[in-house]
Design a protein around this ligand. Sequence first.
Ligand SMILES: Cc1ncc(COP(=O)(O)O)c(C=O)c1O
Length: 730
Amino acid sequence: MSRVITLTTDFGSNSGYVAEMKGRLLHARTPFTIVDIAHDLPAHDIRAAAWLVGQACPAFPAGTLHLVVVDPGVGTPRRLVWAEIGGQQFLCPDNGLLSWLLRRQPLTAAGEITVTADAAATFHGRDVLAPAAVRLLDGTPPEALGTTITDLARLPWPEPQKTAAGHAGEVIHVDAFGNLVTNLPAELWPLVAAAGGLRVGGHDLTTLVRTYGDAPSGTPVVLVGSQGFIEAAVVEGRAAARLGAGLGTRVAIAGRYTLRMNPPAPGSRVPPVAPAASTGAASSCADLLADWDRRHVWHAFTQMQEYDPLLIESGQGAWLVDTAGNRYLDGSASMWCNVHGHRHPKLDAALAAQAAKVAHTTNLGLSNPTTVEFARRLVEVAPPGLEKVFFSGDGSSAIEAALKMAFQYWRQAVPPEPDRTRFVAIGEAYHGDTLGAIGVGGVDRFTALFAPLTFAAIRLPSPGGPCPATGRPAPALDEALATLDQTLAAHRGTIAALVMEPLVQMAAGIYVHPSGYLRGVREITARHNVLLILDEVATGFGRTGTLFACEQEDVVPDFLCLAKGLTAGYLPMAATLTTERVWDAFLGPHGDRRTFFHGHTYGGNPLAAAVGLASLDVFREEQVLASLPPKIARLQEHAARLGRLDHVGAVRQCGLVAGLELVADKATGHPYAWQEKRGTRACLAARHHGALLRQLGDVVVLMPPLCVTRDEIDHLAAAAEAGIRAATEA
Ligand SMILES: Cc1ncc(COP(=O)(O)O)c(C=O)c1O
């Protein structure tokens, strides 16, 4: 079989130069077939040559010799080279055009071609390359053409930029019709289609076609070209001239103009788009994602009509980074759950190691070693006597499980007390958003609407702060405990359990209980034989300074509900821990129906358990709890300072969480009208100062991950101050 030679040049196919190249090749004694890849490439369009040859060569057999004579640099010292890549040979100037190929296949060998002296005065690439090709064809080993080299020139090839899922690139070739080939590969077409177009330079091209045959005359269109790249073209050609674009022109898959392309038909059910989305030009994929976010993602506790997307793409330690590269201190510990920081190497490794075994198996009648080990470790670190672990998915489900267990317990206790069906809860309590959890929840703005769907708990005034509904101040410790005692006495024999957050009620607005309240509650509930459910979903795992808040008053509950920090903020997992006393009441033969008929698909998920186990190791190895007092003290200093601002009425802190309550009148404590959203405004303004904060009404909350440093607390406080000033002094 004859050898194949391909020819690519930057001079015209009907020029004497191409004919001359071919004529010189005929000096070879070996038979060959010559195939033209491309000619007439624009001067200096090295990328086009590289790209065209790169696209073409996989179709050629091993041993093919590619002659690429583009921009060889007449009379300059630019090197001419031979190279062996993927079993094929290349003869070309060393101007970087091999870069494209080298991205895909390793270089086997390369050498410099020796230029003979007599041609040196006027030599052109073709003068050397054609004779070199002849020698190769006739059996001269490539290394005999010149010196072996390893440092081939590399063309800075414009890879499309990728952010989370979006892409921008540039025009890498203007084809023979004057149309534009981009470096966006065909795989990105679905994104272009979803966006509804491509931005080329300053133009939004919103007509997408499958082939040139579908393109309307005269309109710039976007399509996947035959080379497998996205192209911008006019069917008659000359898109480059029409769009004022050329090599290197920026292209982007943009989002916002899609709205112009696919306007909702009158009366259609396409969701309205916030005004910001339909104005201005979007030119990055971050904008596209923001559009999708607005259109498709229903965010928790968020008025979607007012929602302004901020997409967090990565994190490290106590910091988060958005799609535009802005860094923010994670001032809410990613909704109160991050403990050791983002991307902690030990936690990442534990997750990967478990994923290499199995990601999920059910714990309905089945088990997994990692989950078992985690349960055992939880029992070891929990207050004594809590030896049974029921896994579920999130904080609310840990509470639901505890409520149902307590309810069922009394029906199966010895002797049974089936009249114990009611629950006692604390004012302004928050235990989650599922129906049972809102039954015992007391933040009216979240729960009042759903009251008809759930049960009514018996509610005690919170000793942590004033009642927002009545304005009545928090009862003192003695009064609060006396009220509890009277309440339990008044409802003797009908109360299944009391549920509360120990030490601090977070969602209430960081309501800190007086010291001794928790201890008192435990003593009184024990005296009345009422079960105690402690909700440590938010307080657990170091937030209050000890691993569990209840340790601080030496209290052991009947149920301990854990979530959030259970997996250090990595994965959804919750646990309801309880005692042998409760467990025993559920034992019996199948026919007795004492089983706890309750469960969640992902309860005990091994990935989450692996991270939870690693997190407990990190607590120990990094002495996390011992590191907290100086951080808590630093937060206290800042909270006290911020408390002196004109519109900060109250400051409440427990461990590494502080709440700053914004008020209209500091002297009287008169609140702002809730419609003014001062808390929200303060937190949004703090973003401009490098911190992500989350408000509770008009309470600005500072709750960083436990790994935060004192310097980072300084930063957080400065951002909070700037945010509060912006929201209250403007
Ligand atoms: C004290 C408390 N309990 C329960 C929950 C509910 O947890 P989840 O959101 O994981 O359902 C929360 C959530 O913030 C909480 O703070």
